[in-house]
Design a protein around this ligand. Sequence first.
Ligand SMILES: [Zn+2]
Ligand SMILES: [Zn+2]
Length: 446
Amino acid sequence: MKNKFLLAFLLSMVVAIPANAQQSLDAMIDREIAQLVSTYKMLHAAPELSHHEEKTSAFLASQLRALGYTVTERVGKYDRPEWSGYGVVAVMKNGNGPTVLVRTDLDALPVEEKTGLPYASTVKTRNDTGQDVNVMHACGHDIHITNMIGTAKMLAQLKDQWRGTLVLIGQPAEETIDGAKAMLADGLYSRIPRPDYAIALHDNSDLEAGKVAYCPGYALASSTSVEITIRGLGGHGSKPEATRDPIVVAAQTILALQTIVSRENSPLDPAVVTVGSIHGGTKSNIIPDEVKLQLTVRAYKEEVRQHILASIERIARNISAAAGIPEDHAPIIKISDTEVTPATYNDPKLTERLAGAFEQTLGANNVVKWPPIMGSEDFGRFGLDHQIPICMFWLGAVDPAKVEASRKSGKPLPSLHSSLFEPLPEPTLRTGVKAMTTAVLELMRK
Ligand SMILES: [Zn+2]
Ligand SMILES: [Zn+2]
């Protein structure tokens, strides 16, 4: 009888621990939230473009160093030697256990902010092609950086609750999808133990602050940029019989490219072919020598991507040939090796495990399943082609009243990359720090 009582008492202790830990996590975040919100506003007002994250990375590095992490800066090697890699790698070793990588991105976008917020960005700079542009954290990477600082602080204070090696990554150049590749090319996985798991979050412009969302399996598509130069034989606009008009060939090619997804691809395999740019000619009465097209190709499965790329080449070449353009003027098709990123495949087991942990700490109402999107991310690269289980989850960032109003009116909210995108800092950061700390503890708990 006595033993039974003791057992019940011990069991009640075991059940009580997570609740206490959760309470203390809330209390810990309470103590930090004002500082985190002001850090966020400071970062928001000082955005830097991809490949130029010098001050942002130095700030993140100094914050993590002050928290006791071992920090390496300037990790990242690009194909273009004039770009510096501003990757940050912060490591905290805490006994034997799994290695967990947590990633934030660092860069902002060439967007002129129009939110009218007191801490709105007024930054202007010159981009890599020499144009003067405004800069804005229009994708919320400033939320991600602040979130990492908050999470780093929680986990440094909660060292008695986890074990293993925690690796925090500040990744540059996400918007140009070459930053993760640059960090890996600079020997990231030989500088740190190869992670057992890699996790990240991204803010979401359709989801209420206070909530997180998860998507097991394919969550974001692969992205491949393709450039087609259609070469004709130019001449006078009044004398088409003496030319091979690349403008007409470009028009036929663009329409034919739309049949790849609609007629060649299984409707059960999502894919997109968008011609986003067409440039040719200088004057109404001149048939030009060439027309340039720029495309983006999105798909989940690698075999679908390969099929689309082969079809683009086949269609472009054969429409040119059908127009009588000689073989030595066949179109030049360039598949970018820099503007390319694999699909983000959230390991289903890991994702469901984290979703379960989020339900415990955030409440089941605040954890929702989210459909996959055709947007792209380069976070998937840290998974080394499905060798390391990864999970990127969504962090609600929008004022719940605005989400509600948008649902009622049917008027869409400003999306990521919009000049009007406006995360609600405090509840977003509270939830983000709580969720990411929970995720790490779930994977590394003692
Ligand atoms: Zn973005
Ligand atoms: Zn982003």
